[in-house]
Design a protein around this ligand. Structure first.
Ligand code: RFL
Ligand code: PHB
Length: 393
Protein backbone atom coordinates (compact mmCIF):
# COMPACT_ATOMS: atom_id res chain seq x y z
CA UNK A 1 0.00 0.00 0.00
CA UNK A 2 1.59 3.29 -1.12
CA UNK A 3 0.89 6.69 0.38
CA UNK A 4 1.72 9.87 -1.50
CA UNK A 5 1.11 13.54 -0.87
CA UNK A 6 0.70 16.26 -3.48
CA UNK A 7 -0.88 19.66 -3.96
CA UNK A 8 -3.12 18.88 -6.96
CA UNK A 9 -4.17 15.36 -7.91
CA UNK A 10 -5.09 15.14 -11.60
CA UNK A 11 -7.13 12.37 -13.23
CA UNK A 12 -6.63 11.92 -16.99
CA UNK A 13 -3.78 12.43 -19.48
CA UNK A 14 -5.80 14.07 -22.25
CA UNK A 15 -4.98 17.61 -23.32
CA UNK A 16 -6.69 19.19 -20.29
CA UNK A 17 -4.96 17.09 -17.59
CA UNK A 18 -1.54 17.24 -19.23
CA UNK A 19 -1.72 20.98 -19.81
CA UNK A 20 -2.92 21.58 -16.26
CA UNK A 21 0.03 19.63 -14.82
CA UNK A 22 2.44 21.55 -17.07
CA UNK A 23 1.00 24.97 -16.15
CA UNK A 24 1.00 24.11 -12.43
CA UNK A 25 4.65 23.08 -12.73
CA UNK A 26 5.46 26.49 -14.27
CA UNK A 27 3.69 28.09 -11.28
CA UNK A 28 5.77 25.99 -8.87
CA UNK A 29 2.77 23.86 -7.85
CA UNK A 30 3.19 20.07 -7.53
CA UNK A 31 0.81 17.59 -9.08
CA UNK A 32 0.41 13.85 -9.53
CA UNK A 33 -1.43 12.69 -12.65
CA UNK A 34 -3.17 9.30 -12.94
CA UNK A 35 -4.18 7.96 -16.37
CA UNK A 36 -6.10 4.73 -16.93
CA UNK A 37 -4.68 3.95 -20.40
CA UNK A 38 -1.09 3.36 -21.53
CA UNK A 39 1.12 6.17 -22.83
CA UNK A 40 1.12 4.53 -26.29
CA UNK A 41 -2.67 4.46 -26.31
CA UNK A 42 -3.19 8.13 -25.46
CA UNK A 43 -0.47 9.16 -27.94
CA UNK A 44 -2.23 7.29 -30.76
CA UNK A 45 -5.82 8.40 -30.18
CA UNK A 46 -6.98 10.26 -33.30
CA UNK A 47 -9.31 13.12 -32.44
CA UNK A 48 -9.39 16.88 -32.91
CA UNK A 49 -7.20 18.81 -35.31
CA UNK A 50 -8.26 22.44 -35.69
CA UNK A 51 -6.45 24.60 -33.17
CA UNK A 52 -7.58 28.17 -32.50
CA UNK A 53 -4.94 30.89 -32.51
CA UNK A 54 -5.52 31.60 -28.80
CA UNK A 55 -4.74 27.93 -28.09
CA UNK A 56 -1.61 28.13 -30.25
CA UNK A 57 -0.58 31.38 -28.49
CA UNK A 58 -1.02 29.76 -25.08
CA UNK A 59 0.98 26.66 -26.06
CA UNK A 60 3.70 28.94 -27.46
CA UNK A 61 3.80 31.07 -24.29
CA UNK A 62 4.31 28.00 -22.12
CA UNK A 63 6.95 26.32 -24.28
CA UNK A 64 4.79 23.58 -25.83
CA UNK A 65 4.67 24.78 -29.45
CA UNK A 66 8.11 23.80 -30.83
CA UNK A 67 6.84 21.04 -33.14
CA UNK A 68 3.45 22.70 -33.64
CA UNK A 69 5.24 25.77 -35.03
CA UNK A 70 7.28 23.72 -37.47
CA UNK A 71 4.71 21.08 -38.47
CA UNK A 72 1.32 22.74 -37.94
CA UNK A 73 -0.48 23.99 -41.06
CA UNK A 74 -1.61 27.62 -40.82
CA UNK A 75 -5.05 28.33 -42.31
CA UNK A 76 -6.40 31.74 -43.19
CA UNK A 77 -9.85 30.70 -44.31
CA UNK A 78 -12.05 27.84 -45.44
CA UNK A 79 -14.26 26.87 -48.31
CA UNK A 80 -18.01 26.50 -48.03
CA UNK A 81 -19.77 24.48 -50.73
CA UNK A 82 -23.51 24.50 -51.23
CA UNK A 83 -25.92 24.55 -54.16
CA UNK A 84 -23.09 23.14 -56.33
CA UNK A 85 -20.98 26.30 -55.83
CA UNK A 86 -17.77 27.08 -53.95
CA UNK A 87 -17.42 30.07 -51.65
CA UNK A 88 -14.43 31.16 -49.59
CA UNK A 89 -14.60 32.68 -46.12
CA UNK A 90 -11.38 34.60 -45.56
CA UNK A 91 -11.16 34.51 -41.78
CA UNK A 92 -7.81 36.29 -41.60
CA UNK A 93 -8.95 39.21 -43.78
CA UNK A 94 -12.06 39.49 -41.58
CA UNK A 95 -10.43 39.10 -38.15
CA UNK A 96 -6.63 39.27 -38.46
CA UNK A 97 -6.30 35.79 -36.92
CA UNK A 98 -5.55 32.31 -38.24
CA UNK A 99 -6.27 28.70 -37.27
CA UNK A 100 -3.75 25.84 -37.24
CA UNK A 101 -4.21 22.21 -38.27
CA UNK A 102 -2.19 19.95 -35.96
CA UNK A 103 -3.44 16.64 -34.59
CA UNK A 104 -4.56 16.40 -30.98
CA UNK A 105 -2.42 13.31 -30.50
CA UNK A 106 0.63 15.32 -31.55
CA UNK A 107 -0.20 17.94 -28.89
CA UNK A 108 -0.61 15.13 -26.38
CA UNK A 109 2.81 13.69 -27.37
CA UNK A 110 4.43 17.12 -26.99
CA UNK A 111 2.83 17.65 -23.57
CA UNK A 112 3.85 14.22 -22.28
CA UNK A 113 7.42 14.75 -23.51
CA UNK A 114 7.59 18.10 -21.67
CA UNK A 115 6.23 16.63 -18.43
CA UNK A 116 8.58 13.64 -18.59
CA UNK A 117 11.57 15.94 -19.29
CA UNK A 118 10.63 18.03 -16.24
CA UNK A 119 10.47 14.91 -14.05
CA UNK A 120 6.69 15.24 -13.64
CA UNK A 121 4.72 12.58 -11.77
CA UNK A 122 2.71 10.96 -14.59
CA UNK A 123 1.36 7.47 -14.04
CA UNK A 124 -0.12 5.48 -16.93
CA UNK A 125 -2.12 2.26 -16.79
CA UNK A 126 -3.59 3.15 -13.38
CA UNK A 127 -6.63 1.05 -12.49
CA UNK A 128 -9.45 1.51 -9.97
CA UNK A 129 -9.14 5.29 -9.66
CA UNK A 130 -11.51 6.71 -7.04
CA UNK A 131 -11.87 10.00 -5.18
CA UNK A 132 -13.06 10.63 -1.61
CA UNK A 133 -13.46 13.37 1.01
CA UNK A 134 -14.20 15.97 -1.65
CA UNK A 135 -16.02 18.29 0.72
CA UNK A 136 -13.25 18.42 3.33
CA UNK A 137 -9.84 20.15 3.31
CA UNK A 138 -7.87 17.06 2.33
CA UNK A 139 -9.47 15.22 -0.59
CA UNK A 140 -8.04 11.82 -1.43
CA UNK A 141 -7.25 10.20 -4.76
CA UNK A 142 -6.79 6.43 -4.89
CA UNK A 143 -5.63 4.08 -7.60
CA UNK A 144 -3.55 0.98 -8.28
CA UNK A 145 -0.14 2.11 -9.59
CA UNK A 146 2.03 -0.68 -11.06
CA UNK A 147 0.08 -3.24 -9.02
CA UNK A 148 0.31 -1.26 -5.76
CA UNK A 149 -2.88 0.20 -4.26
CA UNK A 150 -1.94 3.82 -3.54
CA UNK A 151 -3.57 6.68 -1.65
CA UNK A 152 -2.69 10.25 -2.60
CA UNK A 153 -3.57 13.00 -0.13
CA UNK A 154 -4.21 16.21 -2.09
CA UNK A 155 -5.13 19.84 -1.50
CA UNK A 156 -7.34 19.69 -4.59
CA UNK A 157 -8.38 17.21 -7.27
CA UNK A 158 -8.87 18.06 -10.96
CA UNK A 159 -11.17 15.72 -12.88
CA UNK A 160 -9.70 15.88 -16.41
CA UNK A 161 -10.94 12.39 -17.22
CA UNK A 162 -13.34 12.99 -20.08
CA UNK A 163 -17.05 12.31 -20.37
CA UNK A 164 -16.80 8.68 -19.20
CA UNK A 165 -14.43 9.41 -16.32
CA UNK A 166 -14.88 8.81 -12.62
CA UNK A 167 -14.69 12.42 -11.35
CA UNK A 168 -18.10 13.75 -12.37
CA UNK A 169 -19.80 10.50 -11.35
CA UNK A 170 -18.31 10.82 -7.84
CA UNK A 171 -20.21 14.01 -7.12
CA UNK A 172 -23.27 13.31 -4.94
CA UNK A 173 -26.51 13.30 -6.88
CA UNK A 174 -28.44 16.52 -6.78
CA UNK A 175 -25.31 18.69 -6.59
CA UNK A 176 -24.91 19.22 -10.34
CA UNK A 177 -27.39 20.30 -12.96
CA UNK A 178 -26.80 18.56 -16.30
CA UNK A 179 -27.97 20.00 -19.61
CA UNK A 180 -27.88 17.60 -22.54
CA UNK A 181 -29.03 17.22 -26.11
CA UNK A 182 -28.71 14.31 -28.54
CA UNK A 183 -28.56 15.31 -32.20
CA UNK A 184 -30.07 12.84 -34.67
CA UNK A 185 -26.66 12.88 -36.43
CA UNK A 186 -23.33 11.12 -36.42
CA UNK A 187 -19.97 11.76 -38.07
CA UNK A 188 -18.08 8.99 -39.82
CA UNK A 189 -14.44 10.10 -39.74
CA UNK A 190 -11.57 8.59 -41.76
CA UNK A 191 -7.86 9.26 -41.57
CA UNK A 192 -6.37 8.65 -45.02
CA UNK A 193 -2.85 8.23 -46.30
CA UNK A 194 -3.15 10.62 -49.24
CA UNK A 195 -2.25 14.28 -49.78
CA UNK A 196 -5.22 16.58 -49.14
CA UNK A 197 -6.91 17.64 -52.40
CA UNK A 198 -7.22 21.14 -50.98
CA UNK A 199 -5.06 23.63 -49.11
CA UNK A 200 -7.96 24.83 -46.96
CA UNK A 201 -10.77 22.99 -45.20
CA UNK A 202 -13.90 22.34 -47.25
CA UNK A 203 -17.29 22.30 -45.52
CA UNK A 204 -19.86 20.94 -47.97
CA UNK A 205 -23.63 21.09 -47.51
CA UNK A 206 -25.31 18.42 -49.63
CA UNK A 207 -28.81 17.00 -49.91
CA UNK A 208 -27.52 13.56 -48.83
CA UNK A 209 -25.78 15.12 -45.84
CA UNK A 210 -22.76 17.15 -44.81
CA UNK A 211 -19.15 16.32 -45.72
CA UNK A 212 -15.87 17.85 -44.53
CA UNK A 213 -12.44 17.65 -46.10
CA UNK A 214 -9.78 18.33 -43.49
CA UNK A 215 -6.16 17.24 -43.09
CA UNK A 216 -3.41 16.49 -40.62
CA UNK A 217 -0.28 17.01 -42.70
CA UNK A 218 0.76 17.37 -46.37
CA UNK A 219 0.52 13.56 -46.63
CA UNK A 220 -2.48 12.78 -44.44
CA UNK A 221 -6.10 13.73 -45.11
CA UNK A 222 -8.93 13.69 -42.60
CA UNK A 223 -12.45 13.40 -44.01
CA UNK A 224 -15.87 13.28 -42.42
CA UNK A 225 -19.36 12.27 -43.60
CA UNK A 226 -22.63 12.95 -41.86
CA UNK A 227 -24.32 9.61 -41.09
CA UNK A 228 -27.26 8.54 -38.91
CA UNK A 229 -26.49 8.78 -35.21
CA UNK A 230 -26.87 4.99 -34.76
CA UNK A 231 -25.08 4.10 -37.99
CA UNK A 232 -22.98 0.94 -37.99
CA UNK A 233 -19.45 1.14 -39.39
CA UNK A 234 -19.95 -2.30 -40.96
CA UNK A 235 -22.40 -0.67 -43.41
CA UNK A 236 -19.59 1.51 -44.76
CA UNK A 237 -17.10 -0.44 -46.89
CA UNK A 238 -14.31 1.69 -48.40
CA UNK A 239 -16.03 2.02 -51.82
CA UNK A 240 -19.17 3.43 -50.22
CA UNK A 241 -17.18 5.95 -48.16
CA UNK A 242 -15.26 7.18 -51.23
CA UNK A 243 -18.34 7.39 -53.44
CA UNK A 244 -20.24 9.37 -50.83
CA UNK A 245 -17.27 11.71 -50.25
CA UNK A 246 -16.85 12.27 -54.00
CA UNK A 247 -20.56 12.97 -54.48
CA UNK A 248 -20.98 15.26 -51.49
CA UNK A 249 -17.81 17.26 -52.09
CA UNK A 250 -18.32 17.58 -55.86
CA UNK A 251 -18.70 20.86 -57.73
CA UNK A 252 -18.20 21.40 -61.47
CA UNK A 253 -14.80 23.03 -61.03
CA UNK A 254 -13.53 21.21 -57.93
CA UNK A 255 -10.25 19.36 -57.70
CA UNK A 256 -10.90 15.56 -57.50
CA UNK A 257 -10.31 13.87 -54.15
CA UNK A 258 -7.04 12.03 -53.57
CA UNK A 259 -7.86 8.52 -52.43
CA UNK A 260 -5.56 6.29 -50.39
CA UNK A 261 -5.47 3.63 -47.68
CA UNK A 262 -7.80 4.36 -44.74
CA UNK A 263 -5.58 4.32 -41.63
CA UNK A 264 -8.29 4.82 -39.04
CA UNK A 265 -12.08 5.08 -39.05
CA UNK A 266 -14.84 5.66 -36.52
CA UNK A 267 -18.37 6.98 -35.99
CA UNK A 268 -19.18 9.54 -33.31
CA UNK A 269 -22.79 10.25 -32.33
CA UNK A 270 -23.26 13.98 -31.85
CA UNK A 271 -24.36 15.51 -28.62
CA UNK A 272 -24.17 18.60 -26.49
CA UNK A 273 -23.73 18.38 -22.73
CA UNK A 274 -22.74 20.69 -19.86
CA UNK A 275 -22.86 20.33 -16.08
CA UNK A 276 -23.15 23.24 -13.68
CA UNK A 277 -21.24 24.06 -11.59
CA UNK A 278 -17.89 22.66 -12.74
CA UNK A 279 -16.89 22.15 -9.12
CA UNK A 280 -17.90 20.24 -6.03
CA UNK A 281 -15.98 21.11 -2.85
CA UNK A 282 -12.31 20.54 -3.67
CA UNK A 283 -12.97 18.66 -6.91
CA UNK A 284 -12.85 20.69 -10.14
CA UNK A 285 -14.11 19.39 -13.49
CA UNK A 286 -12.09 20.31 -16.57
CA UNK A 287 -12.67 19.76 -20.32
CA UNK A 288 -14.81 16.88 -21.58
CA UNK A 289 -15.48 15.75 -17.98
CA UNK A 290 -17.81 18.77 -17.74
CA UNK A 291 -18.92 19.46 -21.30
CA UNK A 292 -19.25 17.92 -24.76
CA UNK A 293 -19.87 19.88 -27.95
CA UNK A 294 -20.92 18.48 -31.32
CA UNK A 295 -17.71 18.34 -33.43
CA UNK A 296 -18.89 20.62 -36.28
CA UNK A 297 -16.91 23.66 -35.14
CA UNK A 298 -13.90 21.72 -33.75
CA UNK A 299 -14.21 23.37 -30.35
CA UNK A 300 -13.79 20.45 -27.91
CA UNK A 301 -10.02 20.58 -27.57
CA UNK A 302 -9.89 24.38 -27.54
CA UNK A 303 -12.48 24.57 -24.75
CA UNK A 304 -10.62 21.93 -22.72
CA UNK A 305 -7.37 23.89 -23.02
CA UNK A 306 -9.11 27.13 -21.98
CA UNK A 307 -10.55 25.41 -18.86
CA UNK A 308 -7.10 24.12 -17.88
CA UNK A 309 -5.62 27.59 -18.18
CA UNK A 310 -8.37 29.19 -16.06
CA UNK A 311 -7.98 26.55 -13.36
CA UNK A 312 -4.17 26.78 -13.32
CA UNK A 313 -4.40 30.56 -12.90
CA UNK A 314 -6.94 30.14 -10.08
CA UNK A 315 -4.70 27.64 -8.26
CA UNK A 316 -1.70 29.95 -8.71
CA UNK A 317 -3.67 32.81 -7.15
CA UNK A 318 -4.85 30.55 -4.30
CA UNK A 319 -1.34 29.29 -3.46
CA UNK A 320 -0.05 32.85 -3.83
CA UNK A 321 -2.56 33.73 -1.07
CA UNK A 322 -4.11 36.54 -3.05
CA UNK A 323 -7.20 38.37 -1.88
CA UNK A 324 -10.60 36.69 -1.76
CA UNK A 325 -11.28 33.18 -3.05
CA UNK A 326 -9.78 32.93 -6.54
CA UNK A 327 -11.11 29.38 -6.92
CA UNK A 328 -14.71 30.61 -6.71
CA UNK A 329 -14.31 32.35 -10.06
CA UNK A 330 -13.30 29.19 -11.98
CA UNK A 331 -16.68 27.59 -12.60
CA UNK A 332 -18.61 30.77 -13.59
CA UNK A 333 -15.85 31.92 -15.97
CA UNK A 334 -15.39 28.48 -17.52
CA UNK A 335 -19.16 28.00 -17.94
CA UNK A 336 -19.55 31.32 -19.71
CA UNK A 337 -16.90 30.36 -22.27
CA UNK A 338 -18.22 26.80 -22.61
CA UNK A 339 -21.82 27.88 -23.23
CA UNK A 340 -20.54 30.20 -25.99
CA UNK A 341 -18.57 27.35 -27.52
CA UNK A 342 -21.59 25.04 -27.30
CA UNK A 343 -24.02 27.60 -28.71
CA UNK A 344 -21.78 28.25 -31.72
CA UNK A 345 -21.18 24.52 -32.27
CA UNK A 346 -24.96 23.96 -32.15
CA UNK A 347 -25.53 26.77 -34.66
CA UNK A 348 -22.83 25.50 -37.01
CA UNK A 349 -24.30 21.99 -36.75
CA UNK A 350 -27.68 23.33 -37.88
CA UNK A 351 -26.11 25.42 -40.63
CA UNK A 352 -24.27 22.48 -42.23
CA UNK A 353 -26.26 19.27 -41.74
CA UNK A 354 -29.32 17.78 -43.28
CA UNK A 355 -31.59 16.91 -40.37
CA UNK A 356 -33.86 13.86 -40.72
CA UNK A 357 -36.91 16.02 -39.95
CA UNK A 358 -35.99 18.67 -42.56
CA UNK A 359 -38.89 20.05 -44.58
CA UNK A 360 -38.74 22.18 -47.74
CA UNK A 361 -39.43 25.14 -45.42
CA UNK A 362 -36.51 24.47 -43.01
CA UNK A 363 -34.19 23.65 -45.95
CA UNK A 364 -34.92 27.03 -47.53
CA UNK A 365 -34.25 28.77 -44.20
CA UNK A 366 -30.92 26.94 -44.00
CA UNK A 367 -30.09 28.04 -47.55
CA UNK A 368 -30.93 31.63 -46.67
CA UNK A 369 -28.51 31.51 -43.70
CA UNK A 370 -25.76 30.11 -45.95
CA UNK A 371 -26.41 32.80 -48.57
CA UNK A 372 -26.20 35.50 -45.94
CA UNK A 373 -22.88 34.14 -44.67
CA UNK A 374 -21.24 34.39 -48.09
CA UNK A 375 -22.90 37.70 -49.07
CA UNK A 376 -22.71 39.80 -45.90
CA UNK A 377 -19.31 40.86 -44.56
CA UNK A 378 -20.97 41.60 -41.21
CA UNK A 379 -22.38 38.06 -40.99
CA UNK A 380 -19.09 36.51 -42.15
CA UNK A 381 -17.07 38.55 -39.63
CA UNK A 382 -19.32 37.53 -36.73
CA UNK A 383 -19.07 33.89 -37.86
CA UNK A 384 -15.28 34.03 -38.28
CA UNK A 385 -14.87 35.52 -34.80
CA UNK A 386 -16.80 32.62 -33.29
CA UNK A 387 -15.10 30.03 -35.54
CA UNK A 388 -11.65 31.23 -34.52
CA UNK A 389 -12.66 31.55 -30.85
CA UNK A 390 -12.06 35.29 -30.72
CA UNK A 391 -15.61 36.05 -29.55
CA UNK A 392 -15.37 33.65 -26.59
CA UNK A 393 -14.05 35.93 -23.87
P1 RFL B 1 -9.89 13.44 -23.01
O1 RFL B 1 -8.99 13.74 -24.15
O2 RFL B 1 -11.05 12.56 -23.23
O3 RFL B 1 -8.97 12.85 -21.88
C1 RFL B 1 -9.49 12.21 -20.72
C2 RFL B 1 -8.46 11.22 -20.23
O4 RFL B 1 -8.92 10.64 -19.01
C3 RFL B 1 -8.66 9.26 -19.04
N1 RFL B 1 -9.58 8.60 -18.09
C4 RFL B 1 -9.20 8.10 -16.90
N2 RFL B 1 -8.02 8.06 -16.27
C5 RFL B 1 -7.97 7.49 -15.04
N3 RFL B 1 -9.05 6.93 -14.44
C6 RFL B 1 -10.27 6.96 -15.03
N4 RFL B 1 -11.34 6.41 -14.42
C7 RFL B 1 -10.38 7.56 -16.31
N5 RFL B 1 -11.40 7.76 -17.17
C8 RFL B 1 -10.90 8.38 -18.25
C9 RFL B 1 -8.87 8.87 -20.48
O5 RFL B 1 -8.21 7.65 -20.82
C10 RFL B 1 -8.27 10.07 -21.19
O6 RFL B 1 -6.89 9.89 -21.45
O7 RFL B 1 -10.48 14.78 -22.34
P2 RFL B 1 -9.87 16.28 -22.31
O8 RFL B 1 -8.46 16.28 -21.83
O9 RFL B 1 -10.88 17.08 -21.57
O10 RFL B 1 -9.79 16.75 -23.82
C11 RFL B 1 -10.95 16.97 -24.57
C12 RFL B 1 -10.73 16.58 -26.02
O11 RFL B 1 -10.11 15.31 -26.09
C13 RFL B 1 -12.05 16.53 -26.76
O12 RFL B 1 -12.84 17.68 -26.45
C14 RFL B 1 -11.92 16.51 -28.27
O13 RFL B 1 -11.03 15.57 -28.75
C15 RFL B 1 -13.32 16.25 -28.83
N6 RFL B 1 -13.26 15.70 -30.16
C16 RFL B 1 -13.01 16.53 -31.18
N7 RFL B 1 -12.86 17.85 -30.93
C17 RFL B 1 -12.59 18.68 -31.93
O14 RFL B 1 -12.40 19.87 -31.64
N8 RFL B 1 -12.51 18.22 -33.24
C18 RFL B 1 -12.64 16.89 -33.54
O15 RFL B 1 -12.54 16.52 -34.70
C19 RFL B 1 -12.91 15.99 -32.50
N9 RFL B 1 -13.04 14.68 -32.73
C20 RFL B 1 -13.42 14.33 -30.38
C21 RFL B 1 -13.28 13.83 -31.69
C22 RFL B 1 -13.70 13.43 -29.32
C23 RFL B 1 -13.87 12.08 -29.55
N10 RFL B 1 -14.25 11.24 -28.44
C24 RFL B 1 -14.01 11.64 -27.08
C25 RFL B 1 -15.28 10.28 -28.58
C26 RFL B 1 -13.38 12.47 -31.93
C27 RFL B 1 -13.68 11.58 -30.87
C28 RFL B 1 -13.76 10.10 -31.19
C1 PHB C 1 -10.77 18.05 -37.98
O1 PHB C 1 -9.80 18.21 -38.74
O2 PHB C 1 -10.85 17.06 -37.23
C2 PHB C 1 -11.85 19.05 -37.97
C3 PHB C 1 -11.62 20.27 -38.61
C4 PHB C 1 -12.63 21.23 -38.62
C5 PHB C 1 -13.84 20.95 -38.00
C6 PHB C 1 -14.07 19.74 -37.37
C7 PHB C 1 -13.06 18.79 -37.35
O3 PHB C 1 -14.80 21.92 -38.04
Amino acid sequence: MGVLRTQVGIIGAGPSGLLLSHLLHLHGIESVLLEARSREHVERRVRAGLIEQRTVDLLRDVGLAGRLDSEGLTHEGFELRFGGRRHRIDCTALTGQTATLYGQQEIVKDMIAARVAAGGALHFGVTDVTVADLDGDRPVLRGTLDGTPTTIACDFIAGCDGYHGVARRSIPSGRLTAYGHHYPLGWLGVLVEAPPATRELIYSVHERGFALHSMRSPRISRLYLQVDRDENLANWPDERIWKELRDRLATDDAQPLNEGPILERGITAMRGFIVEPMRYGRLFLVGDAAHIVPPSAAKGLNLAVADARLLADAFAAWYGRGDGDPLAAYSPAALQANWRGLEFSHRMTHLLHRFPDATPFTSRLQRSRLDQLVRSTTAATAFAEEYLGIARR
